[in-house]
Unconditional design. Structure first.
Length: 230
C-alpha cells in the first residue's frame, strides 16, 4: 500500500528549525538548584564542624565509595561514551548511511533513532514525548503517538500490521538488536518509561511478502539487524 502523500509531507523528516519542547524547562532549574544545594551543603558542613572533623571525612569517603561502586556496576567506561548504545549499533548506522537511498527512512527505539538520525542526517523516525509550542504537525499535537505505534509495530505478531504502521510514516527500514531488546526504550505510553527493554516479535520479519533482512551482524553485545520494508 502507498503512503498517504498528505501525511507523509506533513510529518516532515527534517529536524532543522523545530521549536523547543514545551516541557523541556529543566535546564533552567540548574542555577537555583545549584545555589540551594550549595547553601544546604554549607549548613551541613557547619554542623559537622561542631563535632569531629573525622565525621565529615568518613561521610565523604562513604559517598565516594558508593558512587564509585555505582559507576563500576554501570560499566561507566563504555556507557560514558555511548550512552548505552554499543559500537556495533553505531556501525549499523554507518552501514545504513552507505547502503541506503536519500529517500529511505529507518525505525528504531527512541534513543537509537536519534543516533541513526545524527549519523544519517535526520533520516530516522523521531517521535516526541512532549508537545511542542505552535506546531501543527499531527504527531506533535498528539505526543507519544509515534512511540505507541512503534510499540505496536515491534510487539505485534502480524506482518501486515507491522508493515502498515511502518508505511504510515514512510519508513523503509526497521532496526533492532539484542542490546536494544534488553535495554532499549520506546518511551511509549503503552509501557512505563522506567521499564527498559523492547517487547518484540521477530517472527513477522521472516515473512518474505512484507519484509527482508538486509543487514545482520554479530557483536560482543549480541546480534544486530536491519529489515527492509517491502
Amino acid at each position: 500500500s502507498k503512503v498517504d502523500p498528505g501525511l507523509y509531507n506533513t510529518l516532515e523528516w527534517s529536524t532543522l528549525g523545530k521549536p523547543l519542547e514545551g516541557f523541556r524547562f529543566y535546564c533552567f532549574l540548574a542555577q537555583p538548584l545549584a545555589i540551594a544545594i550549595g547553601v544546604l551543603v554549607a549548613d551541613i558542613s557547619n554542623v559537622v564542624e561542631r563535632y569531629k572533623r573525622n565525621v565529615g571525612i568518613i561521610a565523604v569517603a562513604i559517598l565516594v565509595l558508593g558512587l564509585a561502586w555505582g559507576l563500576h556496576d554501570y560499566n561507566y567506561d563504555v556507557k560514558l561514551q555511548t550512552s548505552g548504545i554499543t559500537p556495533g549499533e553505531y556501525a549499523a548506522a554507518e552501514w545504513y548511511k552507505e547502503n541506503s537511498d536519500p529517500s529511505d527512512r529507518i525505525i528504531a527505539d527512541y534513543y537509537r533513532a536519534q543516533m541513526f538520525g545524527g549519523v544519517n542526517g535526520g533520516r530516522a523516525l523521531l517521535g516526541g514525548m512532549f508537545p511542542l509550542r505552535n506546531v501543527d504537525y499531527p504527531y506533535i499535537l498528539a505526543p507519544g503517538q509515534v512511540q505507541d505505534d512503534l510499540y505496536t509495530l515491534y510487539k505485534t505478531e502480524s506482518p501486515q500490521e507491522a508493515s502498515m504502521l511502518a508505511k504510515r510514516y514512510g519508513a523503509t527500514h526497521i532496526f533492532y538488536s539484542d542490546n536494544m531488546v534488553r535495554y532499549g526504550n520506546l518511551l511509549s505510553y503503552k509501557k512505563p518509561a522506567a521499564e527498559y527493554g523492547i517487547d518484540i516479535n521477530t517472527e513477522k520479519f521472516e515473512n518474505a511478502e512484507f519484509f527482508e533482512y538486509v543487514y545482520e551482524e554479530n557483536s560482543p553485545y549480541g546480534k544486530l539487524y536491519i529489515v527492509l520494508v517491502k
